[in-house]
Structure formats: structure tokens, C-alpha cells
Design a protein around this ligand. Structure first.
Ligand code: NAP
Length: 293
């Protein structure tokens, strides 16, 4: 039976650490950390994600300085809002919730976010910092995966890691983080020939393909560690991942569930990026470097 990579439990433990850091700063007379989640339009899934992020902020004492703009807001007005948040001294983190309504181009708006307030860690400069091993906010989902692996004591040095997916949001930064931890990394994508032959070589397999139930027992070497990033709503209700959990769990050494695996870790890492930005701004020691791969 595989060890469960329990993201809910680890996210709760990280929130406790963050609360301690925030309490120390507040006791020293520093204002609370501030996160601005900027939502444009009414994408229903985004509504749930934004609410989860706002609740998490409230739980640990991060001030919510976000805004919800209507779907017909012109790009210039969204840009103006981002620039105001960049200049606002109460704001330590900014997150532009995607997807944006049709007609709004995300590239120029994401690029306008101050890289040091980039709570999502997806600004071009921050991806470059990750590539070069320089400090900076890290992409939340892959950083969350790294924390889950570390918590479970999964050694990466010299191990064979395979990442399925090459998106800028997940696959690419994931591969860079695993490589920085001295794993030997292969990245698979929709044009990879004989995916199962590649994934069966993995000691650590991270699946971020966005295809429900795509990975089964035939893709996994017995004893491998499997992390499922995918998240999908089942037509019959409930959530599932990219991995067929029931098939893979009996042969894996460790596996992350969906829900309750990577999802909560993504939110936790958003909070980490915000608190680290806040602490750095005020010259506070945060002790959170182990969470910034
Ligand atoms: P994405 O932008 O659609 O990228 C999917 C990647 O998977 C692409 O690189 C694609 O290859 C590859 N792929 C698709 N089908 C494949 C196949 N049959 N074999 C091998 N590779 C295949 O998706 P994403 O944003 O990275 O997200 C991936 C999944 O993670 C989604 O289910 C998303 O909802 C979920 N997600 C979860 C969280 C969380 O917090 N849990 C956060 C972010 C994303 P090509 O490049 O060749 O098209």
C-alpha cells in the first residue's frame, strides 16, 4: 500500500508556520501582509478558486486587497489597476486569476505585475530566476509538489524523474525544480512516442497533462512515487486527476490523491510567496527558504 502524499495536512502545517512568522512581524509593529487577487469576469471555476484563496488568507492573517472587475473591463483599466497595486505599499502579492474573459490578452497584463509582488511566480523574470537558481517567488503548483516530496522524505538526487506536461504553469517549472534537486529529468508531452515506456523508467513521476485518468498501472514502475497534478470535475460529480488512483495506488511507493493532494499545496505556496515578499520588504527573518525550491 502506497504512502499518501497528503496535501491537506501539509498545507495546514505550512499555514501554521506562516502564522508564526506573521505573528512575530506583527509583534514587532509591522503591518499585516497583503495579497491582491484580481478577478476579471465571472468564470465559474475561478469563483471557487478565488474564494479558496481568500479564505486561506483570512485564516492566517493576510489582508485581502483584491478586486473583482466586470467581464467588460477594458485592458487599459485592468492595467491601471495592476499598476495601482504595484504602487500600493500595503500589497505584497498580486495574482491575476486566469482565465481572463475573451478579448483580454493575458501576456501584457501578467508582464505588468511587479516581479517582486508576483505571488504566482509566473512572471517571465521569476521563471528566469528559477532557471538560473536565483532567489525569487516560485511557481506555486510545482513548488507545492516539491514540498510534498520533501515532506515524504523522497530523495531526488540521482533519481530518474519524468514530468508529463510541458506547460509554463506546471510542467516546465516542475522539470527545472526537480533538476535543481539533482534528479535526472525527462519531460513528456502530447507528441512523445511510447509514453508508457518513458514513464515506466521514472522513480518519481509527476503527471500534469490535463487528461482525466490518462495514467494507469501500465505507465508506472512498481515502487515509483506518483504525483497527480491534474484536476477534473467528473460528469457524475466529484473530482478526479490524471492518474487512475485505484490502479496505481497498489503498486506505487507513494501517491498524491485528488482531491487533497497538489490542490491545497498550490494555495499554500501562494501564501508562502506573499509572506516571504512581506518579510523581505520589512527586513524580517522568515525561515521559509526550504519552501522555495
Ligand atoms: P496544459 O496547459 O493544458 O498543458 C498540458 C500539457 O500536457 C501539455 O504540455 C500537453 O502537451 C501535455 N499533454 C496533453 N495530453 C498529453 C498526452 N496524451 N500525453 C502526454 N502529454 C500530454 O495544462 P496545465 O495548465 O499544465 O495543467 C495540467 C493539469 O493540471 C490540468 O488538469 C489542470 O487543471 C491541473 N492543474 C492543477 C493545479 C492544482 O493546483 N492542482 C494547478 C494547475 C493546474 P503539448 O504541450 O504537446 O500540448
Amino acid at each position: 500500500m502506497a504512502t499518501l502524499l497528503d496535501g491537506r495536512r501539509l498545507a495546514a502545517a505550512i499555514e501554521q508556520r506562516l502564522q508564526t512568522v506573521i505573528a512575530a512581524g506583527r509583534a514587532a509593529g509591522v503591518r499585516p501582509p497583503g495579497l491582491a487577487v484580481l478577478r476579471v469576469g465571472d468564470d465559474p471555476a475561478s469563483g471557487v478558486y478565488v474564494a479558496n484563496k481568500e479564505k486561506a488568507c483570512a485564516r492566517i492573517g493576510i489582508e485581502n486587497l483584491g478586486a473583482h472587475l466586470t467581464g467588460d473591463t477594458p485592458a487599459a483599466a485592468v492595467l491601471e489597476r495592476i499598476e495601482a497595486l504595484n504602487a500600493d505599499p500595503r500589497v505584497d502579492g498580486i495574482l491575476l486569476q486566469l482565465p481572463l474573459p475573451a478579448g483580454l490578452e493575458e501576456g501584457p497584463l501578467l508582464a505588468a505585475i511587479d516581479p517582486d509582488k508576483d505571488a504566482d511566480g509566473l512572471h517571465t523574470l521569476n521563471l528566469g530566476r528559477l532557471l538560473k537558481g536565483e532567489p525569487g517567488p516560485r511557481s506555486c503548483t510545482p513548488a507545492g509538489v516539491m514540498a510534498l516530496l520533501a515532506e515524504a522524505g523522497v530523495a531526488l538526487r540521482g533519481q530518474r524523474a519524468v514530468v508529463v506536461g510541458r506547460s509554463i504553469l506546471v510542467g516546465q517549472p516542475m522539470a527545472l525544480m526537480l533538476q535543481a534537486a539533482d534528479a535526472t529529468v525527462s519531460v513528456a508531452h502530447s507528441r512523445t512516442a511510447d509514453l508508457a515506456a518513458l514513464t515506466r523508467q521514472a522513480d518519481v513521476l509527476v503527471v500534469a497533462a490535463g487528461r482525466p485518468g490518462m495514467v494507469g498501472a501500465e505507465h508506472v514502475r512498481p515502487g515509483a512515487v506518483v504525483v497527480d497534478v491534474g484536476i477534473h470535475r467528473r460528469p457524475e460529480g466529484g473530482l478526479c486527476g490524471d492518474v487512475r488512483f485505484d490502479e496505481v495506488e497498489p503498486i506505487a511507493r507513494a501517491i498524491s490523491p485528488v482531491p487533497g493532494g497538489v490542490g491545497p499545496m498550490t494555495v499554500a505556496m501562494l501564501l508562502v510567496n506573499t509572506v516571504v515578499s512581506w518579510a523581505s520588504r520589512h527586513g524580517l527573518i522568515h525561515g521559509l527558504d526550504d519552501l522555495l525550491p
